[in-house]
Design a binder for this molecule. Structure first.
Ligand SMILES: [Cu+2]
Length: 161
């Protein structure tokens, strides 16, 4: 009887293993895009400007803007035909302040705390890459830190619940 119980337990555990959902985390598709060689870059589309990003010459499009906390995989493609782009993850403490930006370089200051907690570094046009990170609940910005791109609207906001 004991042996039968042990056998049934073993079968039960095996069955549970088979039906248990995979803990693969969330997968987000990321499109790093721009409007092409004829686009005009701008300087007034940072987060703090609360711009209309539908008018931006370049941007970051994500498949889900709100995701559960935990493991998150970003599958990014640079769909530009002309330019390098990248995706950097920052903690966005206050959307009214945005990210620390240096006019002199046209870039976000990645040395400030929380401004780079993970990145997919420069991708050539057409190139893809993936990044898996573990994120706590909070508000994050995904941005491109190629000079001038953040100010041209190349960012998006990700909410982790
Ligand atoms: Cu870019």
């Amino acid at each position: 009887m004991k042996r039968l119980f042990a056998l049934l337990t073993a079968i039960g555990l095996a069955a549970m293993t088979l039906v248990a959902p995979a803990s693969a985390g969330t997968v987000i598709s990321v499109d790093l895009w721009d409007a092409g060689a004829d686009m005009t870059m701008v300087d007034n589309m940072r987060i703090k400007d609360h711009p209309d990003l539908s008018k931006a010459p370049m941007g970051i499009k994500i498949s889900q803007a709100t995701v559960p906390a935990g493991e998150i995989t970003f599958n990014a493609i640079n769909s530009s035909k002309d330019l390098e782009h990248e995706m950097v993850i920052a903690i966005l403490a206050d959307p009214d302040k945005g990210l620390p930006y240096k006019e002199s370089t046209g870039r976000v200051d990645e040395n400030k705390p929380g401004m780079n907690i993970g990145e997919i570094a420069e991708l050539e046009p057409g190139e893809s890459a993936s990044l898996t990170v573990t994120l706590k609940p909070g508000t994050y910005a995904l941005y491109c830190n190629v000079p001038g791109h953040y100010a041209s609207g190349m960012w998006t906001i990700l909410t982790v619940k």
